[in-house]
Design a protein around this ligand. Sequence first.
Ligand SMILES: [Zn+2]
Ligand SMILES: [Zn+2]
Length: 245
Amino acid sequence: MKEKLYTIPIQDAFAQDCECPVCAMYQKLEDNAIHYTIGPGASYMEEDIRAQTDEQGFCQKHLKDLYAYPNKIGLAMMLKTHMDKTIKELEKAAEAPLPGPNSMFKKNAKPSSPVIDFIEKQEKKCFVCGYITQTFESYMMTIFYLYEREEDFRQQFAQSKGFCTSHYKSLFCLAPKYLNKKYLEPFLRKLNEIYLENFKRVRDDVEWFICKNDYRYQEEPWKNARDSLQRALTKTGSIIVQEEG
Ligand SMILES: [Zn+2]
Ligand SMILES: [Zn+2]
């Protein structure tokens, strides 16, 4: 299979033994994004990057990842100026008229206030998520690019262990946008087939895992059940559990 610089991450992910190559791609991007945000390059010391982290902040998942990274002072500096910005915006928003009590007929209506508007917008933003999203979209496009052009890739796709439910949806949604008439239908048929076939395989492994915890099955072999729970986390929740130990 021909390799171009931009096809390598996709080909690498599909060559891995995992329950969702898209999750594998995403995780690599996420590691890179965390490294970029808080790693030795100290991107947070650059004014334009800092303006973005001040404005966007970080989602819950990525705050935990940044906190786990051994650069507490870097995180402290980013959070300090992000908090400055938040205080400034919310002080302004809190000056607006306060909401009154809900009327009888609209008991569950959300009060209208710039305070709520600001926080709701803020909750959707994350510098790390934004950084990942740009590249992730081009990775998804490259999957379709390879599918149309490389017979080897089509075979690799067909022989893969399927996808997590969320990335099954992404591939299903994006295929009509990026694949031509000749390949769209066979792609979607194959996608459905490998998703379900492999989802059932992991479901069966989990079933055997449950059996193995029953004394009546103690003498039976484990088959593929030992790590079935980790693999079920990937299939159902797009989570790749790192090996323990
Ligand atoms: Zn996935
Ligand atoms: Zn995030």
